[in-house]
Design a protein around this ligand. Structure first.
Ligand code: GDP
Ligand code: MG
Length: 320
Protein backbone atom coordinates (compact mmCIF):
# COMPACT_ATOMS: atom_id res chain seq x y z
CA UNK A 1 0.00 0.00 0.00
CA UNK A 2 1.28 3.46 -0.84
CA UNK A 3 1.68 5.70 2.21
CA UNK A 4 -0.43 8.82 1.75
CA UNK A 5 0.93 12.20 2.77
CA UNK A 6 -0.36 13.47 6.13
CA UNK A 7 -1.37 16.91 4.79
CA UNK A 8 -3.57 15.35 2.09
CA UNK A 9 -5.13 12.98 4.62
CA UNK A 10 -5.75 15.85 7.03
CA UNK A 11 -7.61 17.78 4.36
CA UNK A 12 -9.76 14.72 3.65
CA UNK A 13 -10.34 14.08 7.36
CA UNK A 14 -11.49 17.69 7.82
CA UNK A 15 -13.90 17.21 4.95
CA UNK A 16 -15.40 14.26 6.84
CA UNK A 17 -13.47 11.22 5.63
CA UNK A 18 -13.32 8.65 8.42
CA UNK A 19 -10.92 6.49 6.43
CA UNK A 20 -8.42 9.35 6.26
CA UNK A 21 -8.87 10.02 9.97
CA UNK A 22 -8.27 6.38 10.85
CA UNK A 23 -5.11 6.33 8.70
CA UNK A 24 -3.73 9.42 10.47
CA UNK A 25 -4.30 7.84 13.86
CA UNK A 26 -2.47 4.74 12.66
CA UNK A 27 0.41 7.05 11.69
CA UNK A 28 0.65 8.49 15.19
CA UNK A 29 0.48 4.99 16.68
CA UNK A 30 3.25 3.74 14.45
CA UNK A 31 5.86 6.43 15.10
CA UNK A 32 8.46 7.51 12.57
CA UNK A 33 8.38 10.28 10.00
CA UNK A 34 4.66 10.05 9.26
CA UNK A 35 3.91 10.58 12.93
CA UNK A 36 6.15 13.64 13.07
CA UNK A 37 4.68 15.07 9.90
CA UNK A 38 1.10 14.41 11.07
CA UNK A 39 1.69 16.10 14.42
CA UNK A 40 3.40 19.14 12.94
CA UNK A 41 0.53 19.59 10.46
CA UNK A 42 -2.16 19.04 13.10
CA UNK A 43 -0.60 21.09 15.86
CA UNK A 44 -1.65 24.57 14.78
CA UNK A 45 -5.35 23.72 14.80
CA UNK A 46 -7.50 24.45 17.79
CA UNK A 47 -7.33 21.69 20.37
CA UNK A 48 -10.58 19.90 21.22
CA UNK A 49 -11.99 19.81 24.73
CA UNK A 50 -10.64 16.57 26.20
CA UNK A 51 -12.47 14.60 28.88
CA UNK A 52 -10.52 11.74 30.44
CA UNK A 53 -12.36 8.87 32.09
CA UNK A 54 -10.16 6.62 34.12
CA UNK A 55 -10.79 3.76 36.52
CA UNK A 56 -10.47 -0.01 36.87
CA UNK A 57 -11.82 -2.46 34.29
CA UNK A 58 -15.55 -2.99 34.70
CA UNK A 59 -16.18 0.29 36.57
CA UNK A 60 -18.56 1.38 33.83
CA UNK A 61 -16.37 3.84 31.91
CA UNK A 62 -17.62 2.81 28.46
CA UNK A 63 -21.24 2.75 29.53
CA UNK A 64 -20.79 6.18 31.08
CA UNK A 65 -19.05 7.54 27.99
CA UNK A 66 -21.93 6.29 25.91
CA UNK A 67 -24.40 8.20 28.10
CA UNK A 68 -22.25 11.34 28.12
CA UNK A 69 -22.12 11.33 24.32
CA UNK A 70 -25.92 11.32 24.19
CA UNK A 71 -26.10 14.20 26.67
CA UNK A 72 -23.36 16.18 24.93
CA UNK A 73 -25.01 15.80 21.52
CA UNK A 74 -28.41 16.75 22.90
CA UNK A 75 -27.44 19.56 25.29
CA UNK A 76 -24.03 20.95 24.26
CA UNK A 77 -22.87 23.20 27.07
CA UNK A 78 -26.50 23.76 28.17
CA UNK A 79 -26.38 27.55 27.71
CA UNK A 80 -26.35 27.36 23.92
CA UNK A 81 -22.83 28.80 23.66
CA UNK A 82 -21.29 25.53 22.48
CA UNK A 83 -22.75 22.77 20.40
CA UNK A 84 -20.63 19.64 20.49
CA UNK A 85 -21.55 18.11 17.19
CA UNK A 86 -18.40 16.09 16.47
CA UNK A 87 -17.34 13.77 19.26
CA UNK A 88 -14.28 11.54 19.31
CA UNK A 89 -13.71 8.60 21.63
CA UNK A 90 -10.29 7.05 22.20
CA UNK A 91 -10.27 3.78 24.15
CA UNK A 92 -6.97 2.89 25.77
CA UNK A 93 -6.74 -0.46 27.48
CA UNK A 94 -3.22 -1.84 27.48
CA UNK A 95 -4.32 -4.81 29.57
CA UNK A 96 -6.39 -6.18 26.74
CA UNK A 97 -5.04 -6.86 23.26
CA UNK A 98 -6.32 -4.90 20.31
CA UNK A 99 -8.85 -7.54 19.31
CA UNK A 100 -9.54 -8.66 22.88
CA UNK A 101 -12.81 -9.07 24.69
CA UNK A 102 -12.99 -5.76 26.54
CA UNK A 103 -12.45 -3.69 23.44
CA UNK A 104 -14.87 -5.79 21.48
CA UNK A 105 -17.37 -5.26 24.29
CA UNK A 106 -16.80 -1.52 24.05
CA UNK A 107 -17.43 -1.66 20.34
CA UNK A 108 -20.71 -3.45 20.82
CA UNK A 109 -21.78 -1.23 23.70
CA UNK A 110 -21.09 1.87 21.69
CA UNK A 111 -22.50 0.43 18.50
CA UNK A 112 -25.37 2.92 18.52
CA UNK A 113 -22.82 5.63 18.05
CA UNK A 114 -20.50 3.74 15.75
CA UNK A 115 -22.87 4.33 12.88
CA UNK A 116 -23.51 7.92 13.92
CA UNK A 117 -21.91 10.59 11.72
CA UNK A 118 -21.24 12.73 14.77
CA UNK A 119 -19.20 10.17 16.69
CA UNK A 120 -15.85 8.59 15.89
CA UNK A 121 -14.67 5.74 18.14
CA UNK A 122 -11.17 4.35 18.04
CA UNK A 123 -9.29 1.83 20.17
CA UNK A 124 -5.65 2.81 20.55
CA UNK A 125 -2.83 0.31 20.64
CA UNK A 126 0.93 0.57 20.75
CA UNK A 127 2.67 -0.53 17.63
CA UNK A 128 5.82 -1.26 19.56
CA UNK A 129 7.56 2.06 19.15
CA UNK A 130 9.21 3.93 21.97
CA UNK A 131 6.92 6.21 23.90
CA UNK A 132 3.91 4.22 22.76
CA UNK A 133 0.55 5.36 23.92
CA UNK A 134 1.73 8.19 26.14
CA UNK A 135 2.61 10.03 22.93
CA UNK A 136 0.15 8.43 20.52
CA UNK A 137 -2.94 9.38 22.55
CA UNK A 138 -2.13 13.11 22.84
CA UNK A 139 -1.13 13.08 19.16
CA UNK A 140 -4.42 11.42 18.19
CA UNK A 141 -6.26 14.11 20.17
CA UNK A 142 -4.50 16.75 18.05
CA UNK A 143 -5.47 14.93 14.88
CA UNK A 144 -9.11 14.84 15.96
CA UNK A 145 -8.91 18.57 16.70
CA UNK A 146 -7.51 19.27 13.26
CA UNK A 147 -10.32 17.21 11.74
CA UNK A 148 -12.90 19.43 13.44
CA UNK A 149 -13.79 17.43 16.53
CA UNK A 150 -14.82 19.67 19.41
CA UNK A 151 -14.87 17.06 22.19
CA UNK A 152 -12.76 13.96 22.72
CA UNK A 153 -13.41 11.37 25.42
CA UNK A 154 -10.41 9.29 26.42
CA UNK A 155 -11.06 6.07 28.33
CA UNK A 156 -8.10 4.65 30.25
CA UNK A 157 -7.67 1.83 32.76
CA UNK A 158 -6.09 2.35 36.16
CA UNK A 159 -3.65 4.98 37.39
CA UNK A 160 -0.16 3.86 36.37
CA UNK A 161 2.42 6.30 35.01
CA UNK A 162 1.06 5.94 31.49
CA UNK A 163 -2.44 6.89 32.66
CA UNK A 164 -1.05 9.90 34.50
CA UNK A 165 0.71 10.86 31.25
CA UNK A 166 -2.52 10.46 29.33
CA UNK A 167 -4.49 12.30 32.00
CA UNK A 168 -2.16 15.27 31.61
CA UNK A 169 -3.46 15.55 28.05
CA UNK A 170 -7.05 15.82 29.30
CA UNK A 171 -8.67 19.12 30.25
CA UNK A 172 -11.04 17.45 32.68
CA UNK A 173 -10.37 14.06 34.24
CA UNK A 174 -13.17 11.98 35.69
CA UNK A 175 -12.14 9.14 38.00
CA UNK A 176 -14.74 6.37 37.94
CA UNK A 177 -15.16 4.26 41.06
CA UNK A 178 -17.82 1.88 42.36
CA UNK A 179 -19.45 1.25 45.74
CA UNK A 180 -17.31 -0.95 47.96
CA UNK A 181 -13.97 0.32 46.66
CA UNK A 182 -12.68 2.15 49.72
CA UNK A 183 -9.64 -0.06 50.18
CA UNK A 184 -8.73 -0.21 46.52
CA UNK A 185 -8.77 3.59 46.40
CA UNK A 186 -6.60 3.98 49.50
CA UNK A 187 -3.90 2.00 47.72
CA UNK A 188 -3.89 4.41 44.77
CA UNK A 189 -4.55 7.57 46.74
CA UNK A 190 -1.66 9.66 45.41
CA UNK A 191 -2.37 8.85 41.77
CA UNK A 192 -6.10 9.43 42.10
CA UNK A 193 -5.66 12.77 43.84
CA UNK A 194 -3.16 13.86 41.21
CA UNK A 195 -5.44 13.24 38.25
CA UNK A 196 -9.05 13.62 39.43
CA UNK A 197 -11.01 16.79 38.71
CA UNK A 198 -14.29 14.97 39.32
CA UNK A 199 -15.01 11.72 41.14
CA UNK A 200 -17.89 9.51 40.08
CA UNK A 201 -19.31 6.64 42.07
CA UNK A 202 -20.90 4.65 39.27
CA UNK A 203 -23.15 1.64 39.93
CA UNK A 204 -24.85 3.75 42.59
CA UNK A 205 -27.59 1.11 42.50
CA UNK A 206 -25.26 -1.20 44.44
CA UNK A 207 -24.60 -1.57 48.17
CA UNK A 208 -21.81 0.33 49.88
CA UNK A 209 -22.46 3.73 48.29
CA UNK A 210 -22.40 5.71 51.51
CA UNK A 211 -19.14 4.16 52.76
CA UNK A 212 -17.41 4.80 49.45
CA UNK A 213 -18.51 8.43 49.46
CA UNK A 214 -17.22 8.79 53.02
CA UNK A 215 -13.85 7.23 52.05
CA UNK A 216 -13.54 9.56 49.08
CA UNK A 217 -14.44 12.64 51.14
CA UNK A 218 -11.83 11.62 53.71
CA UNK A 219 -9.21 11.13 51.04
CA UNK A 220 -9.97 14.61 49.67
CA UNK A 221 -9.92 16.16 53.16
CA UNK A 222 -6.43 14.87 53.73
CA UNK A 223 -4.81 15.29 50.39
CA UNK A 224 -6.38 17.31 47.60
CA UNK A 225 -4.44 20.17 46.11
CA UNK A 226 -7.08 20.85 43.47
CA UNK A 227 -8.95 24.10 43.50
CA UNK A 228 -11.90 23.82 43.54
CA UNK A 229 -12.16 20.57 45.46
CA UNK A 230 -13.25 17.76 43.08
CA UNK A 231 -16.98 17.06 43.42
CA UNK A 232 -18.16 13.49 44.07
CA UNK A 233 -21.10 12.52 41.88
CA UNK A 234 -23.21 9.37 41.73
CA UNK A 235 -24.34 7.69 38.53
CA UNK A 236 -26.08 4.58 37.31
CA UNK A 237 -24.62 4.46 33.82
CA UNK A 238 -26.70 1.45 32.81
CA UNK A 239 -29.91 3.51 33.19
CA UNK A 240 -28.46 6.97 32.58
CA UNK A 241 -29.31 8.24 36.06
CA UNK A 242 -26.97 11.05 37.13
CA UNK A 243 -25.25 11.36 33.77
CA UNK A 244 -26.71 14.77 33.00
CA UNK A 245 -25.42 16.07 36.36
CA UNK A 246 -22.04 14.59 35.48
CA UNK A 247 -21.99 16.37 32.12
CA UNK A 248 -22.93 19.61 33.92
CA UNK A 249 -20.01 19.15 36.32
CA UNK A 250 -17.69 18.51 33.37
CA UNK A 251 -18.92 21.67 31.61
CA UNK A 252 -18.44 23.63 34.82
CA UNK A 253 -14.86 22.44 35.09
CA UNK A 254 -14.34 23.31 31.43
CA UNK A 255 -15.53 26.83 32.12
CA UNK A 256 -12.85 27.13 34.76
CA UNK A 257 -9.98 25.97 32.57
CA UNK A 258 -11.10 28.09 29.63
CA UNK A 259 -11.81 31.02 31.98
CA UNK A 260 -9.97 32.20 35.08
CA UNK A 261 -7.56 29.24 35.16
CA UNK A 262 -6.84 29.38 31.42
CA UNK A 263 -3.25 30.63 31.48
CA UNK A 264 -2.20 28.33 34.29
CA UNK A 265 -3.95 25.38 32.61
CA UNK A 266 -2.18 26.01 29.30
CA UNK A 267 1.18 26.32 31.04
CA UNK A 268 0.67 23.04 32.88
CA UNK A 269 -0.40 21.30 29.70
CA UNK A 270 2.43 22.71 27.61
CA UNK A 271 4.95 21.53 30.23
CA UNK A 272 3.39 18.09 30.29
CA UNK A 273 3.48 17.92 26.49
CA UNK A 274 7.12 18.90 26.38
CA UNK A 275 8.08 16.53 29.23
CA UNK A 276 6.38 13.60 27.52
CA UNK A 277 8.28 14.13 24.29
CA UNK A 278 11.58 14.90 26.04
CA UNK A 279 11.41 11.77 28.13
CA UNK A 280 10.78 9.63 25.06
CA UNK A 281 13.65 11.28 23.20
CA UNK A 282 16.04 10.83 26.12
CA UNK A 283 15.07 7.18 26.46
CA UNK A 284 15.63 6.73 22.73
CA UNK A 285 19.08 8.25 23.17
CA UNK A 286 19.88 5.78 25.96
CA UNK A 287 18.74 2.85 23.83
CA UNK A 288 20.99 4.11 21.04
CA UNK A 289 23.97 4.40 23.36
CA UNK A 290 23.34 0.93 24.77
CA UNK A 291 23.49 -0.47 21.27
CA UNK A 292 26.99 0.83 20.53
CA UNK A 293 30.51 -0.58 20.79
CA UNK A 294 31.61 2.00 23.34
CA UNK A 295 28.86 0.76 25.63
CA UNK A 296 30.05 -2.84 25.30
CA UNK A 297 33.59 -1.64 26.16
CA UNK A 298 32.34 0.05 29.31
CA UNK A 299 30.41 -3.05 30.35
CA UNK A 300 33.57 -5.10 29.90
CA UNK A 301 35.55 -2.55 31.94
CA UNK A 302 32.95 -2.75 34.71
CA UNK A 303 33.09 -6.53 34.75
CA UNK A 304 36.89 -6.37 34.93
CA UNK A 305 36.69 -3.92 37.82
CA UNK A 306 38.54 -1.23 35.83
CA UNK A 307 35.91 1.47 36.22
CA UNK A 308 32.79 2.37 38.20
CA UNK A 309 29.29 2.95 36.76
CA UNK A 310 29.47 6.74 37.16
CA UNK A 311 32.77 7.03 35.32
CA UNK A 312 31.49 4.62 32.69
CA UNK A 313 28.32 6.69 32.14
CA UNK A 314 30.28 9.95 32.00
CA UNK A 315 32.70 8.47 29.48
CA UNK A 316 29.82 7.33 27.26
CA UNK A 317 28.06 10.69 27.41
CA UNK A 318 31.28 12.58 26.73
CA UNK A 319 32.05 10.44 23.68
CA UNK A 320 28.51 10.63 22.31
N1 GDP B 1 -25.57 -2.36 38.03
C1 GDP B 1 -24.89 -1.53 37.24
N2 GDP B 1 -24.15 -2.03 36.23
C2 GDP B 1 -23.46 -1.16 35.45
C3 GDP B 1 -23.51 0.23 35.66
N3 GDP B 1 -22.72 0.83 34.75
C4 GDP B 1 -22.18 -0.15 34.00
N4 GDP B 1 -22.63 -1.36 34.41
C5 GDP B 1 -22.26 -2.68 33.86
O1 GDP B 1 -20.92 -2.96 34.23
C6 GDP B 1 -20.25 -3.70 33.22
C7 GDP B 1 -18.95 -3.04 32.82
O2 GDP B 1 -19.23 -1.80 32.18
P1 GDP B 1 -18.20 -1.12 31.17
O3 GDP B 1 -18.82 0.17 30.75
O4 GDP B 1 -17.78 -2.05 30.11
O5 GDP B 1 -16.95 -0.87 32.13
P2 GDP B 1 -15.47 -0.34 31.76
O6 GDP B 1 -14.59 -1.55 31.71
O7 GDP B 1 -15.09 0.56 32.89
O8 GDP B 1 -15.54 0.37 30.45
C8 GDP B 1 -21.25 -3.83 32.07
O9 GDP B 1 -21.88 -5.07 32.16
C9 GDP B 1 -22.24 -2.71 32.35
O10 GDP B 1 -23.51 -2.98 31.83
C10 GDP B 1 -24.33 0.72 36.74
O11 GDP B 1 -24.42 1.91 37.01
N5 GDP B 1 -25.00 -0.21 37.48
MG1 MG C 1 -14.49 0.03 28.66
Amino acid sequence: MIARAPDELLAEASAGSRTALARLITYVESGGSNQRETVSRAYGSSAPFVVGLTGPPGAGKSTLTDQLIKTALASGSFDGSDAFDQIGVLCVDPSSPFTGGAILGDRIRMQDHATNDHVFIRSMATRGHLGGLSLAVPDAIRVLGAAGFSVVFVETVGVGQMEVDIASAADTTVVVTNPGWGDAMQANKAGLLEVADIFVINKADRAGLRETRRDLEQMLDLGTTKDPRPPILETIASTGAGTEELWRAIIEHRRLVTGIQHDQHRQTQARAELDRVLSVMVRARIAELADGLAYADQVAALVAGETDPYRAAETLLAEA
